[in-house]
Write a protein that binds this ligand. Structure first.
Ligand code: HEM
Ligand code: HEM
Length: 203
């Protein structure tokens, strides 16, 4: 029940999915809110530090999640799903995985490049070192702007993918009724078969 089976996700994949989904959605909102605040406000500094701290937790979780993902192949999609939809689902998942690395990494590079050289204190306790920024990217301010733009662009890409991802999940639940959302909410039963007769067939 901890590991994925051929017909459903296990508890570990489910816990990773929903913990990270909540954290990432909260971070999208926090990022958009805090970046509009006046930089001179001491509250802004605290919110930036909180955003960076949660971002590092997400990056750490993403690493463990990917390792778990490689050790645990995902269950097959319903055999009734058209090939193009299966391909779109796989591409969408790859895009989501890529962005949950790319967003925190560009954030880390942004603060590393900043001419302000502001330290990152993980939850006010542990100092996170800055990353080396290639000199080929120009001045520190230019490199900071580049990573800031990429951080924002990737955040918007994630929002777009997320709209499609949630839309697809709801479509499967309410229209196709094939158990695809349910299997991300609870593991398959001990007998192996989830809620649908074709569960377990490999793509
Ligand atoms: C999955 C994790 C993260 C998400 C979803 C996220 C999302 C966002 C969003 C949506 C913004 C507002 C962008 C804009 O409208 O310009 C933002 C800003 C920012 N993020 Fe992140 N972020 C994440 C991780 C990080 C990390 C790890 C760091 C640094 C170590 C970081 C540093 C920043 C900074 C400094 C800003 C403010 C940029 C500015 O001055 O406008 N973020 N983030
Ligand atoms: C930032 C938020 C989210 C991210 C980054 C995300 C990411 C992912 C990823 C990477 C997978 C593939 C898992 C794997 O096979 O290894 C997945 C699967 C799934 N997600 Fe999300 N997700 C998010 C939010 C949501 C939400 C809000 C819903 C539901 C309304 C949802 C429903 C699902 C479902 C049903 C699956 C399983 C698809 C299948 O069985 O193949 N996700 N998600």
């Amino acid at each position: 029940m901890l590991r994925n089976s051929s017909s459903g996700y296990g508890w570990v994949a489910i816990a990773f999915h929903w913990t990270m989904a909540l954290m990432i959605i909260a971070m999208l909102a926090l990022g958009m809110y805090m970046h509009r605040l006046p930089l001179t406000d001491p509250g802004t500094f605290a919110l930036f530090q909180l955003h960076k701290s949660i971002g590092f937790v997400i990056l750490g979780l993403a690493i463990f999640r990917l390792i778990w993902r490689f050790a645990n192949p995902s269950p097959a999609l319903p055999s009734a799903m058209p090939a193009w939809e299966k391909a779109a689902a796989h591409l969408g998942h790859i895009g989501l995985y890529a962005l949950i690395f790319a967003i925190p990494l560009t954030g880390w590079l942004m603060v590393s490049a900043s001419p302000w050289n502001i330290p990152t204190l993980l939850f006010g306790a542990v100092n996170v070192p800055h990353l080396p920024v290639p000199a080929a990217l120009g001045t520190k301010a230019e490199a900071e702007t580049l990573f800031k733009d990429l951080h924002e662009l990737f955040a918007w890409l994630l929002i777009l993918l997320l709209v499609a991802h949630v839309g697809a999940a709801l479509k499967h639940h309410f229209l196709a009724r094939d158990g695809v959302l349910v299997r991300m909410l609870r593991p398959a039963s001990r007998t192996g078969a989830q809620d649908r007769p074709d569960a377990g067939q490999r793509v």
